[in-house]
Ligand binder design. Sequence first.
Ligand code: NAD
Ligand code: USQ
Length: 397
Amino acid sequence: MRILILGGDGYLGWPQALYLSNKGHEVAVFDNQTRRQFDLKHGFESLLPIRMLHRRVERWAELTGKTIKIYSGDTTQWDSLAGAFQDFLPEAVVHFAEQRAAPFSMIDREHAFYTQYNNVLGTLNVLYAIKEIVPDCHLVKLGTMGEYGTPNIDIEEGFIEINHKGRTDVLPFPKQPGSFYHLSKVHDSHNIQFACKIWGIRSTDLNQGIVYGADTYESVLDPDLATRFDYDQIYGTALNRFAIQAAIGYPLTVYGTGGQTRGYINIKDTVRCIELAIQSEPQAGEFRVFNQITEWFSINDVADKVVRVGNRMGLNVQCHSLANPRVEAENHYYNVVHTKLLDLGLEPHLLDDNEIEHMISLALANQDRIDRRMILPTVNWREAENDVKRVEEEFAN
Ligand code: NAD
Ligand code: USQ
């Protein structure tokens, strides 16, 4: 198939391009490099060095003889997006191209505005590009488990049957997101569902949990193929951050009481889930939702695992509870239905000690690249304005 990967230079988009190219698909990536620009502006760096997109693609071609086409463009800029669609005529589009950090979206008005403008209007353009240029194309859109929040009932897979005053309907599951970023995904979902209904577009909305892991089977073939590994206080996610903290003897930054529970997925399963979604195309007009997680843990569970593995490796790993910079439930019910991808054939890589040991080992091998000033949280949900780079000397109590 001809598959266009929007955001194909990012943490997930790049390994996805490699995976699908390796499977024999014709792959193109579309990216505006905005993630790299943020790093340049603020002095952030991935734990693993990452090559420029052109070099990555060249190296892949040298190693495998397979070509990945590059489109430089921005989803919010119609001409560049439409140009890529017209040139490549994709049969499936995998849409990763969004600002994806909750803390980024909560820095201040400007960052909240950028996040929702970039994500919601970019996706609206993608929907129009499909309608006008490739109406049969399947949109595989990355949503997030955080769209649902933490309700006191089981989280169903996209829809819930409701009996109300003697009548019954199957309706979208209620959404209670916890940041302006997570809200942008809710707005996207509504727009996509509407476009499916009115234009007969086919789409799969993947409500993905927190992704962890540094590599996929393809990305480890050569250092030039490595994907980014963020550990900073804006883009770094909890488990990736804890692995780095363990390696450099920094107490693990558990926010609040650590009872916050989230769905997790290994990056190796992410790339497979998207392949499964592409292979099982929805009907024209169908809006499908899959919950893309394989298991869930509280932050304390994640920290305990990293402490146990780190100490077994001879490190002295401690945990430290920080005042929670976010506004979120810390003790809550969490039970998620996630059977659709399993039914399609997903065989999960569950989080085991080997995976954590591998992540800590990578951090140890790249210790000289770790900037300790990027660890403490600098964005507080309660503040209208935050400084991205404010670095605190000591832990808050
Ligand atoms: P990332 O920031 O590493 O990659 C996103 C890529 O999209 C970057 O290369 C960026 O330059 C590009 N981009 C952003 N806006 C763009 C635009 N308007 N036009 C063109 N390119 C644009 O993020 P990621 O971790 O790879 O996440 C990819 C997607 O998966 C996001 O939509 C995110 O919300 C979703 N997701 C990620 C996780 C996770 O844990 N990483 C979990 C659930 C869902
Ligand atoms: N947390 C800590 N310590 C840290 C970092 C985070 O305790 O050092 C806590 C947070 O308070 C939160 C939980 O860990 O309760 C998850 O935070 P995170 O930074 O790991 O992940 P999150 O902000 O939810 O966002 C990430 C990705 C985002 C994706 C989302 C999936 O950045 O793109 O959408 O995971 S989900 O959480 O299912 O919505």
